[in-house]
Design a protein around this ligand. Sequence first.
Ligand SMILES: *Cc1c(COP(=O)(O)O)cnc(C)c1O
Ligand code: SF4
Length: 445
Amino acid sequence: MIWDTSVLPSPRQYRPITRASVKKLPQWGILDAEVQEAIEVVSTVLPFKTNQYVVDELIDWSQVPHDPIFQLTFPQRGMLSDSDYRLIQRLIRADADRETIQATARKIQERLNPHPAGQMTHNVPHLDGRPLQGLQHKYNETVLVFPTAGQTCHAYCTFCFRWAQFVGDADLRFATKEADDLVAYLRRHKEVTDVLITGGDPMVMKTRVLARYIEPLLSEPGLEHIQDIRIGTKSVAYWPQRYVHEDDADDLLRLFERVAEAGKHLAIMGHYNHPMELRTPMAQAAVRRIRSTGANIRMQSPLVRHINDDAQAWNELWKEGTRLGCIPYYMFVERDTGPKHYFEVPLARAWEIFREAFQTLPGLARTVRGPSMSAFPGKVLIDGVAEIHGEQVFCLQFLQARNPDWVRRPFFARFDPDAVWLDDLEPAFDDEFFFCDQGVGSPEH
Ligand SMILES: *Cc1c(COP(=O)(O)O)cnc(C)c1O
Ligand code: SF4
């Protein structure tokens, strides 16, 4: 095992930077007054947290405010509508009291669709009539697990709207109970091969808490059908020290090794938005250490305006990732939630960026699929734009669907240069989408 820690000095203790501490950053002083005010105003309404590693090693302060990682973690003026922005700005400038400001902020938050695509109400599985709140089961072969203690992140992405669920701290008792539910559910669902542990970020959990979820999957009788364990995480980009320096980093790697020893596959689904996140020695050390345990790293990320709407950046990300032994997996279209007007990219443009980034990739990096929308009926891939019988159309297909029979059947939508999501699309040729009259096909669990 290559457990080297020969990396540059870097903060070993995780240090968050929040609204309360941001003004103490040495970099604060070099920001324009307007940018400073935007951080203050927007973070009143939307969550803001970053950390010392992101600030010191990922952001190029000479490029701020255009630097992609600055856009990724610092609140931006354009994230609020002009009128909302001015409303809060006036209150802050007038030194209004906290309660007035917070009440106004809450009203704005409620308008911003904090729970997209029925995430929280649909797909919740049941066990003997009891809803299992920490689980989601949408596609037959994969169950999602949301550990209570993993519902926060090492830094928050500006485009993410899971703030409604960011609660943080919970203890081992939750983990044990949730893991028991998971095991009981999986024993009865032999169609499930994959368990995807997600969040927030499960890697904010201590190794011993994470182990409560993983270990039963390796050893409990009746779970032989579980072949893959995935962990969805942004820690590889925001806090790679998790795998290198943290107190329980070595224990974590041993836990990963036990998965391979049990004959199962562990995939770290690394949320990488930008090649900068792979350039630091710390990030590369994390990749090496994870891979030395037998786990794979797959790379997935949404396409987001101001952050990575740039074919060159994706090309470098996938190439560099492949060089380090990571596997490019998905490019997602940003969901229709939160400050979407600031971050959204039209589907037609998303396809162009994907295509341009893909064209010069080595074959080994062409494992990536996209751009893909995780919409209500399933994951819809934009294959491209074509002209058929004189009509310009989007060519689409499901990569994953509520009904497995829908997968990989081409279908067509009228071309619309402004469409940003599946809901904006109309069927081409005056037809209907083939999945329309077939119900939503929710799995009966
Ligand atoms: C994306 C996704 C999965 C995993 O799909 P894969 O194509 O197997 O990566 C599982 N469940 C939900 C709800 C998803 O959105
Ligand atoms: S790491 Fe994931 S869950 Fe956390 S803020 Fe970013 S996108 Fe959201």
